[in-house]
Design a protein around this ligand. Structure first.
Ligand code: TXA
Ligand code: MG
Length: 320
């Protein structure tokens, strides 16, 4: 990875092509956000339904004002507090943003990623970059370049920035006046946002009656084999399964494969390693089904269990 790679990638963006690139959260599949034909290719390659809007990635605060007509003092405060970083802010869109980016909504999700390659790519491309996670719709999010190539072998260019650090997608909020709604939990927690906006009412809207953010679909982020969530104590686990644990208690398990996301249930490590562990289990031919330990749903545990629950959703047996 060097500046020449970034210049080549930027040229592809300028020509209306697609570039997969690292961010601090997961890899994105990027196109010039102001070119509706280029953006259409994202939906095609990802097989993503057109009702699911994209996040626009920027590298300067000036771009925020160009893309949105609703940049209030409160919005600026939130952006300056967390950017560059894993926070997406949903705001009223300006006329410059093509409808295909926002799936016809009059709002646009904007974020400034905290990754040097991503920021350089945006600057070098001289345009904001629309990018969903670089995976097929509904499948596991990619946290390294190999994960991208596995699902999207036909992407025009992949910028390889190694393993991402945060490992789960950005927190999404919308903000209107003095009300800030959490639309998708992520690395930045509700408590972090309350700290940044002490005079704003911040509330959790991640269990909406109505679909506010299509990323809130119940099933999402799924591996290509059955995934089950383990409740304590571990019950009967088949020998052909893969086991994902978040602490190493030195027990011996008679299963095909064991992966530890952390040695001591450190939630930052768990979120960073979660998707890589699921990808490794998906790729291992000896693993027929995957079992994953649950995490306590507080702080960052809320975002971790959001991804785990959605990944396992189709395999959760109804209980009464
Ligand atoms: O960390 C991330 O956010 C990664 C990296 C690449 O930046 N991107 C990402 O994109 O996770 P994607 O497309 O996989 O998820 C974006 C979510 C979607 O569920 C979409 O519905 C929601 O953001 N979203 C985008 N624009 C929105 C809007 N105007 N209103 C509500 N939700 C929106
Ligand atoms: Mg995604």
């Amino acid at each position: 990875m060097n500046n020449k790679n970034i210049r080549e990638a930027a040229q592809i963006i300028k020509n209306g092509g697609l570039v997969a690139f690292p961010t601090e959260t997961v890899y994105g599949l990027g196109a010039n956000a102001l070119n509706p034909f280029a953006v259409a290719k994202i939906f095609e390659l990802k097989e993503r339904p057109s009702f699911d809007p994209l996040i626009v990635h920027i590298a300067s605060f000036d771009d925020l004002k160009i893309l949105s007509t609703g940049v209030t003092d409160n919005v600026m405060r939130l952006a300056k507090y967390f950017w560059p970083g894993p926070l997406t802010i949903v705001l009223p869109k300006s006329q410059l943003v093509p409808d295909i980016v926002t799936s016809g909504l009059n709002t646009v999700g904007i974020r400034m990623p905290n990754n040097a390659i991503a920021l350089e790519l945006i600057k070098e491309s001289k345009c904001p970059i629309a990018a969903p996670s670089a995976n097929k719709f509904g499948q596991l999010s990619p946290v390294n370049a190999q994960h991208v190539k596995k699902q999207l072998p036909n992407v025009d260019y992949v910028l390889d920035g190694g393993h991402t650090t945060v490992g789960i997608e950005s927190t999404i909020v919308s903000i209107e006046g003095d009300i800030c709604q959490l639309l998708r939990p992520g690395f930045i927690t509700l408590e972090d946002i309350e700290e940044a906006l002490p005079n704003t009412f911040v509330f959790n809207h991640t269990k909406p009656e109505k679909l506010v953010s299509p990323g809130l679909l119940k099933s999402h982020y799924s591996p290509q084999k059955p995934l089950y969530i383990l409740k304590d104590p571990f019950g009967n686990i088949p020998e052909t399964s893969g086991l994902i644990l978040h602490r190493n208690d030195h027990s011996i398990y008679s299963v095909s494969k064991v992966i530890y996301t952390s040695q001591n249930c450190n939630k930052i490590e768990i979120s960073s390693n979660l998707f890589a562990a699921l990808h490794a289990m998906e790729e291992d031919k000896n693993v027929k089904s995957i079992y994953i330990e649950a995490v306590e749903e507080v702080g960052l545990g809320i975002a971790i269990m959001d991804r785990v629950n959605k990944a396992a959703y189709q395999y959760i047996k109804p209980t009464n």
